[in-house]
Design a binder for this molecule. Structure first.
Ligand code: SF4
Length: 152
């Protein structure tokens, strides 16, 4: 079931947009810490966990990666594949697994609005956001903050 869903990037993109639009009017109530964030974190674990194998990085870039979680890459790469992708499109580290970035590329081609975002340069992941709510971090702008000295 979830495997099938993972290969429906257009559908997942629509669900992402719908969730974003649903939460947008509530954004002034969304704050980091406290009971509300705990509810969001649990909700994200229960939904994005099984669907995307989400690792709760707190800085979600699914819409930029063909609705494929980059944190499932064994090297946790967020800017495309390493140099070790096998000729069959599988992972250098786990040969039985398709390269996350091969999948991200293929799925991004099917997306309606965000296909071009695959080439966006992503900043280093902020490990202090691990385990926090990606939706709240998105609406509060925390997810957009880049490390000091990091220049795009
Ligand atoms: S990018 Fe981060 S928040 Fe989004 S699915 Fe992957 S681990 Fe979860």
């Amino acid at each position: 079931m979830f495997r099938w869903l993972q290969n429906q990037p257009r559908l997942l993109e629509a669900a992402y947009d719908a969730t974003h639009n649903l939460l947008r009017p509530l954004r002034r109530f969304l704050k980091s810490g406290g009971a509300l964030e705990a509810v969001f974190v649990r909700g994200e674990e229960l939904t994005k966990g099984p669907i995307f194998d989400c690792r709760m990085c707190g800085q979600c870039i699914l819409h930029s990666t063909g609705m494929t979680c980059p944190m499932t890459c064994p090297k946790n790469l967020r800017n495309g594949p390493c140099g070790g992708v096998r000729a069959n499109g599988h992972c250098e580290v786990i040969p039985t697994m398709r390269c996350v970035w091969t999948q991200a590329y293929e799925r991004s081609l099917e997306m309606k609005h965000y296909a071009g975002e695959l080439t966006n340069l992503q900043p280093p992941v902020n490990h202090r956001l691990q385990g926090t709510s990606a939706w709240i971090n998105d609406f509060t702008g925390v997810a957009e903050q880049t490390p000091a000295g990091w220049v795009k």
